[in-house]
Design a protein around this ligand. Sequence first.
Ligand code: BGP
Length: 461
Amino acid sequence: MHYQFPADFWWGSASSAPQSEGESLNFGKSETIWDRWFDEAPTRFHRQVGPAQTSTFYQHWREDIALLKQLRHNTFRTSIAWSRLIPDGRGAVNPEAVRFYNQIIDEMLSQGITPFINLFHFDMPMVMQQAGGWENREVVEAYAQYAQTCFHLFGDRVKHWFTFNEPIVPVEGGYLYDFHYPGVVDFRRAATVAYHTMLAHARAVQLFREGQYPGEIGIILNLTPSYPRSSHPADQQAAHIADLFFNRSFLDPALLGRYPAELVALLEEHQQLPASQPGDRALLAEGRVDLLGINYYQPRRVKCRDSLVNPQSPFMPEWFFDHYAMPGRKMNPYRGWEIYEKGIYDILSNLREHYGNPRCFISENGMGVEDEQRFEQQGQIQDDYRIDFVREHLIWLHRALQEGSHCLGYHMWTFIDNWSWSNAYKNRYGFVQLDLDSQQRRVKKSGEWFARVASEHGFTQ
Ligand code: BGP
């Protein structure tokens, strides 16, 4: 069977400033929550490798962009670091940062690679965190000014902007489940952070449109389709609520410009609704995106709760469902995530059926593998498992396209093995292998495979 994709399909991969640039405290850049967390709790990071140790895109950008070209990317996403561009969070722009981002944007364009630029990838400047982070409404305006500065400086060449990558992750990690700084566990504070993030998103979209910058603006959401254990109504309801908390809490404002009424009512009933101000609704309505990025890694399987909720326990989404480890499900044993390729099709079908078939693309999908050197033969990592992973997802994506989905591209996470949030270099995701000590790059088998697929806009299976 041959799978042909449109001739203008976006083939590429995604990365982020904090995970690839390095020089985390140099060239005028200020500290982020990751630098601080590493200083305070290095044992939280795999082998105590912190955010300063990366593939140093800051130095290797020219070589890396040449590699992108070799891998036949026509598009590539990275992010701008707020803490590099505006080290004090607000006010003066760092000229070194402007020089650096100008260089990489120009180089991508001159190599025929369209830059996709994201503005916030979990990397809150420490100075802003000290001011209260996303809990403080004033940070919304500071972020909006930062966004506007980026549009102004780079908007003549960047035509695809994203306000946030996976905005739910800092909410979950920093305020609900303790895997990001500041490690708070408090639903109401988490809801405030989520709400302010979406206000910040909407303000940035508003400024982008008011400024009439060319191109389009979107957001990147990690969607986890919720599957119930059974067709029993209690399991179905559990999946419905999980979907409200983990998908629709960001998807609905991003695509429809409002929160789901059912979620608002539920939070109100449990006194968990964040404070709002007059005008918020109108602002949120302006945040509807031109383009949705979808990060898809794993589904969410749930069942109804086995036990009654203790009403004295702190409010959590898990009051309404239990996680369900479906027997026989396929797992990525290294990352502990389920691999369910059809999820990508289900997400796209849901967008078609319930959200008016928005313009979208797969902005991340990938497979992290530990100790990948084991798979090295004749100097190259033979990552056939990654080729299978991508191919199977692309087959489901292709089917969604045949059925009319408005999906414009596929970006892999990631290009070169990069530093990750507390897992550091434990799980390798790249098309290109990185030797952290020598900084040598070597294309994996999957990189060569992807280059063929991208140049032929398809594959035969
Ligand atoms: C996504 C993030 C990426 C990346 C990826 C892999 O959630 O947008 O930044 O890290 O997941 O996850 P991890 O590195 O935690 O294995």
